[in-house]
Design a protein around this ligand. Structure first.
Ligand SMILES: NC(=O)c1ccc[n+]([C@@H]2O[C@H](COP(=O)([O-])OP(=O)(O)OC[C@H]3O[C@@H](n4cnc5c(N)ncnc54)[C@H](OP(=O)(O)O)[C@@H]3O)[C@@H](O)[C@H]2O)c1
Length: 250
């Protein structure tokens, strides 16, 4: 293990996008700390010599703080944090269920805020480094049957925009990742056809380039879908609501 080896912490790394990103960074020679609740899946991934498992539940603040301390003890330093944990149950999204919405907000929004808080002082003292948050195109504007997930991602995007300015003063980069549809256990629950569906490996490639080679605030893909949704985002309500209503009825 070389002194100069770069180091990344990835949450939500037991499956899907987080797992593929962990494998990509490890393959590129980075030292990778991985977190999620399912220890057995993390341990399997940690068979790779560049990957170390640090299980946690993002709804437990003490666990997050302890895990971050343990990572620093073991790794000595960190260059990037990628917070990718998230939950989505499409069937729960069709009606307004306050308890289920609270759970989605706890995991997708507040869980990520606790992770950012845990690493804040470290990065501000270091005066470099990078915090990246996996949000979603579902946070761009309100979509049908998305009473919890969409709002949780909209909040995450807005939060990231806000802290961007604060961390920039300390030389710390903040970015967001807005994936389109990626085939993972999370989207396998969708019962509608997903346009431009891509693999987790495709997402990992785009995220690696966005985090390491480019400097933009938002890493979004595939462009065929995200640029269309960005266009919808700037439309006045009257046209946006009319168009989305027509599109979902097709
Ligand atoms: N797939 C897509 O099309 C898509 C599109 C846009 C955005 N996203 C976002 O991408 C991220 C990854 O999703 P994915 O598609 O890769 O789905 P996934 O395979 O279901 O991954 C979700 C990850 O989050 C972890 N997680 C869930 N609840 C957690 C908790 N309480 N504490 C710690 N970790 C928790 C899961 O691990 P454990 O269950 O082991 O804890 C898992 O590793 C999510 O933030 C999702 O919203 C996905």
């Amino acid at each position: 293990m070389s002194e100069n080896q770069k180091k990344i912490w990835i949450t939500g790394a037991s499956s899907g996008i987080g797992k593929a990103v962990a494998e990509k960074f490890a393959k590129e020679g980075w030292r990778v700390a991985i977190s999620a609740r399912r220890k057995e899946l993390l341990d399997e991934l940690a068979g790779n010599q560049n990957i170390t498992s640090f299980p946690l539940d993002v709804t437990n603040r003490d666990q997050i703080n302890n895990v971050f301390k343990n990572i620093l003890n073991e790794f000595g330093d960190l260059d990037i944090c990628l917070f990718s944990s998230g939950t989505y149950e499409p069937k729960d999204e069709q009606n307004i269920d306050p308890d289920k919405i609270k759970n989605v907000m706890n995991v997708n929004f507040l869980g990520v805020i606790d992770c950012v808080k845990a690493v804040e002082d470290f990065f501000k003292k270091k005066k470099s480094g990078h915090i990246s948050i996996v949000s979603s195109i579902a946070g761009y504007r309100g979509l049908p049957n998305s009473s919890g997930y969409g709002p949780s991602k909209a909040a995450l995007t807005n939060f990231s925009e806000s802290i961007y300015f604060d961390f920039k003063k300390f030389g710390v980069r903040v970015s967001i990742v807005s994936p389109g549809f990626i085939k993972t256990p999370l989207t396998d629950k969708n019962e509608f056809p997903m346009p431009f569906l891509k693999t987790p490996e495709y997402a990992a490639e785009k995220i690696f380039i966005g985090l390491v080679k480019n400097k933009s605030f938002e890493i979004h893909f595939p462009k065929g879908l995200t640029l269309f949704l960005k266009f919808l985002r700037i439309l006045p309500y009257k046209i946006y609501l009319f168009l989305v209503d027509k599109l979902v009825k097709r």
